[in-house]
Write a protein that binds this ligand. Structure first.
Ligand code: PLP
Length: 365
């Protein structure tokens, strides 16, 4: 016996882990600078670590009040009702809940290319189909309502990412408003704000008071440094009432994750320092890398290095792991996460050497 036809499903290609690469190269993981998954180089908030330690002895019990407390806390933060907050295992979990709540078999979603792979994956898991709109390199990856609407054909869900992964570009608020105004009544626009904390622009969550065809996703994986705990959420229109209760996997957001998220929300200083570190690193990459880069609202920069695979491979052998963006459809580029100052300087030194070598090799060939 076999599973259903999975040929349209593509496996997620994650940034390589430091342990994994260390094993392959016979190096110590501590010697590696991992800048391939947009993780927080400052680690989690110490308050979140303490909360996990405190909660550990009680993990024999299903999470309940922690989930309620986190939901209430997020509702207060964003000035929405608790029913509007869908706490989930990572923002990826929230994307799944939206797919579950919206997609009938063969409903289509519209996703950005290049873009975050999980939108399409989630749609396919839920028997949906996928179409794409282009975030165009020729336009320096500018995001506009017109570019989305050009490809739009009445899809059930339209995904926008702001700041956009892997390019860093931001969808201006007036463009999002235009998109929300322009799509058909049955179309949900999902604004994925996984990197929202790093951007200058405010969240679009407040637009939920005007629009009932918008959902906003956020995560604790990036600025809050809790990627390993898998905790995120969506903020949705008030009218959806009890939909969450019908699509939520019971207890999927776990006790340690909910407790850590609550503690992290109280540690403003950690987030502020995180955002400061990223802003410094973005500038450093833009000024010091010997490759064109694009302005980024996230904790990473996309660099046009000519041959992304060759550069990422060579940098890895020198202990710096960056993301080859071939799987995003950008084979000429690498995406480099913002590290600490030391990591960021090391990454620039190694990348500049490697870019020179790879370019020289290609000229010879
Ligand atoms: C990292 C990321 C997410 C969510 O990550 P989780 O770890 O599942 O919370 C969502 N969207 C984009 C664009 C991301 O880069």
């Amino acid at each position: 016996m076999m599973p259903r036809d999975l040929s349209a499903h593509e496996a997620y290609v994650p940034g390589r882990g430091a342990e994994e690469v260390a094993r392959e190269l016979g190096m110590d993981a501590a010697e590696l600078t991992k800048l391939s998954s947009n993780e927080n180089p400052r680690g989690p908030s110490p308050a979140a670590v303490a909360a996990v330690e405190d909660a550990a002895p009680a993990v024999n019990v299903y999470p309940k009040t922690s989930h309620t407390d986190l939901t209430d806390r997020l509702a207060a933060t964003w000035d929405v009702t608790p029913e509007q907050v869908w706490v989930s295992p990572g923002a990826d979990g929230a994307l799944d809940y939206l797919s579950r709540a919206f997609l009938e078999p063969n409903d289509r979603v519209l996703t950005p290319t290049p873009g975050f792979a999980y939108y399409a994956m989630s749609a396919r898991y839920h028997h949906g189909d996928v179409a794409e709109y282009t975030v165009s390199k020729a336009d320096d990856f500018a995001q506009t309502a017109a570019a989305v609407l050009d490809a739009y054909d009445g899809e059930r869900i339209v995904y926008v990412t702001t700041p956009h992964n892997p390019t860093g570009s931001v969808l201006p608020r007036e463009e999002l408003v235009e998109l929300l105004d322009s799509v058909a009544d049955h179309t949900l626009v999902v604004a994925d704000e996984a990197y929202g904390e790093y951007a200058e622009e405010p969240s679009s969550i407040d637009l939920l008071s005007e629009f009932d065809n918008l959902a906003v996703t956020r995560t604790f994986s990036k600025a809050y440094g809790l990627a390993g705990l898998r905790i995120g959420y969506a903020v949705v229109p008030e009218a959806w009432a009890d939909a969450y209760a019908r699509v939520n996997t019971p207890f999927a957001a776990n006790e340690l994750a909910c407790r850590a998220a609550l503690a992290a929300l109280d540690d403003d200083e950690h987030v502020e320092k995180t955002v400061e570190t990223a802003a410094w690193a973005r500038e450093y990459y833009r000024e010091e890398l010997d490759a064109p880069t694009w302005p980024s609202g996230g904790n990473f920069v996309l660099a046009d290095v000519g041959d992304g695979t060759a550069v990422a491979e060579a940098a890895k052998r020198r202990g710096v792991i960056v993301r080859d963006t071939t799987s995003f459809g950008l084979p000429d580029c690498v995406r480099v996460s913002c590290g600490t100052r030391e990591e960021t300087r090391r990454a620039v030194d190694v990348l500049n050497d490697v870019i020179e070598d790879v370019t020289a090799g290609e000229t010879r060939a």
